[in-house]
Ligand binder design. Sequence first.
Ligand SMILES: [Zn+2]
Length: 389
Amino acid sequence: MPFITAHKIHNGREWMPEYTVLEVTETGTILSIINGPHPEAIFYDGVLAPGFVNAHCHLELSHLKGVVPERTGLIPFLKTIPKHRNDFTEAQKSKARHDAYEELLLNGVVAVGDIANTTDTLDIRLRDELHFHTFIEAIGFNDDRAEKAFEYALQNFTAFAEQKVEVMRLRQAIAPHAPYSVSRSLFRKIDTHRPGSTITIHNQESRAEDRFFKKKEGPVTDLLQSLSIDYTKFKPSGKSSLQTYIDYISLGHALLFVHNTYTTRKDVKAAQKRFDEVTWCLCPNANLYIEGRLPDIYMLLEEGVGIAIGTDSLASNHQLCILSELYTIKQHYPDIDWEMLLRWGTLGSACALELQMQVGHISKGLAPGINQILMLDEPEMKPIVRRII
Ligand SMILES: [Zn+2]
């Protein structure tokens, strides 16, 4: 299919001029972008756009689809997950991971920022049809155990780093799980592991998180107790979680804050002031699944910040589909236009994973994957996506 066009083409940033035609090789590399009609162009209904990028996923939790009830709140959700640790065989988990991988491909996703607490996802990375940025999570709230917690993350990191199938498609970094599950010493170790790397963190996903940092009280203390984590040495800062832990991270890092369900304007300003590269990742369907609430997206827009989109895991979502995430935002924030939403799900997410040299936009020489999206402008209909290249 050498020449393709559509009613509208989005290049990852914005709508392209009417009558734009793309010359594409069989393997998806964009050879040229032509202004004006072309007699040989194949015409697609609806919209063409670059492949979606999922900036936050947990493929290793795919077997937990439908296991945790909806709208329990984050703390009960987190208490439930470990209870199902032994409910599934390795074969069941493997099948669920591979099915989830297929689902990403089917929904037009070309790259994923994937959280790993184990090395379970080594197998699907080898399939080599998606760009992977695996964030190996470090967890440990007891300062005395920081060394041990980091050792475990480092072991996993090494296993991922040793996969040298196609270097450009596989990347990995160590990341802190969440403010309430990573001690100051562990933050420091993560910080110095790879200076300048992208650090991602589950941020302000529940109201309880800030309450814990401000006053050392509330449901987070119950969670830590239920997990037998000793937090006696923790001193509340009197500030929000974000305004506390950003001081533990050096200036050279790029930051990818995930969820941000309870993030305030003051938090956003503090992070944007401290770091040069900051992206705010939204996972709206997971937020609705767990907490029944969405972040203040209009506030993020007013602050003019970078936005990415993730699905979170199948433990807290019914599907792994970036277009479904964008549709949910559109339903709750109808003033946000599709031009901007598609940017968040493509280039915005690619930049957050430092993959903008590979995917996220339609540019000459790039092979970003091309999706056809139908029913985007029909308010009552849920749009659908189909990967065409
Ligand atoms: Zn997550």
